[in-house]
Design a protein around this ligand. Sequence first.
Ligand SMILES: Cc1ncc(C[n+]2csc(CCOP(=O)(O)OP(=O)(O)O)c2C)c(N)n1
Length: 312
Amino acid sequence: MTLAQAVDARLRKGIGRGEFMAVIWPSRGQEAVAAGLTAALRPDDRLVTTYRGIHDLVSKGVPLTEVIGEILGRSIGASRGKGGTMHITAPDQGVALTTGIVGAGVPVAAGLALAFKQQGLDRVAAVTFGDGATNTGSFHEGMNLASTWQLPVVFVCQNNLWAEMTPIRDTMNIDQVVDRRLAYGMAGERVDGNDPEAMYRASAAAVERARTGGGPTFLEAVTFRFEGHYFGDQQKYLPAEELAAAREADPIPRYRQKLLDAGVLSEDDLTAIDTDATARVDAALAEVLAAPAPELTELEQDVFVDMEGIPS
Ligand SMILES: Cc1ncc(C[n+]2csc(CCOP(=O)(O)OP(=O)(O)O)c2C)c(N)n1
């Protein structure tokens, strides 16, 4: 959580002061969802995430040079600097896809899960998306097929209560996003997405269900997006009292306090974690800034797959 926050914060600082150019959709505030979910996945499971995925990627263990490098468009990036923030893929760490198309990850994850099932593997696909994505057709189609075919997939709605500049209350006539699973006869629960332990417990149960043939699960992780839709969004539409209430539930200070109160970590331990995170991000950023942009010849690389072994 601390490392994800540090990456997000350093990118905002660098863009804000003109040190480098990049477009990001900050994940600040949503770190606990990613921490709990990714801790429940095996390295050979597959995660599909979105443009708001810095926390997912960092928590899944994608090297910081690959995350930051891709966001800054450098050849050192996960997609060799050709994809940017919206197109980060890291198969070695189990990240199958990052998509900028809202709702598109849902059927992709269902497809990955179908492949695992057909191959008789006990691997699981997980996909994260926002509350707005649950209003798309692809969400409902993917949910329906996943449930009908009992696929090993975990759907995680990171409900940050806003879709771009529109509050959730203006886009759906239900009290809880989690209720959408009922239309598909799917298991699921609403989780405090600001509590990493609750997220881990719910994710582990869902992953176990998927892995052991119990079919898909829908999790609604209720959280908040502190930095606006994209970095630079002034959030003039956001009521001050809503932001203030959300800040009270900020997962990072809240979990720090919980660890202190329980005597699990001391202030010194927590400071050491912060210092280490900052140092790792600074070192990765220095490496990225020293790396070149992709060569023109890169344009023709990675366009077509090697068809060897793939039936025509
Ligand atoms: C299919 C599609 N429609 C619209 C957009 C434009 N768009 C980008 S982000 C976004 C809001 C999505 O909100 P939500 O799913 O709640 O995710 P969040 O950004 O809050 O994480 C929209 C409408 C898009 N990228 N793709």
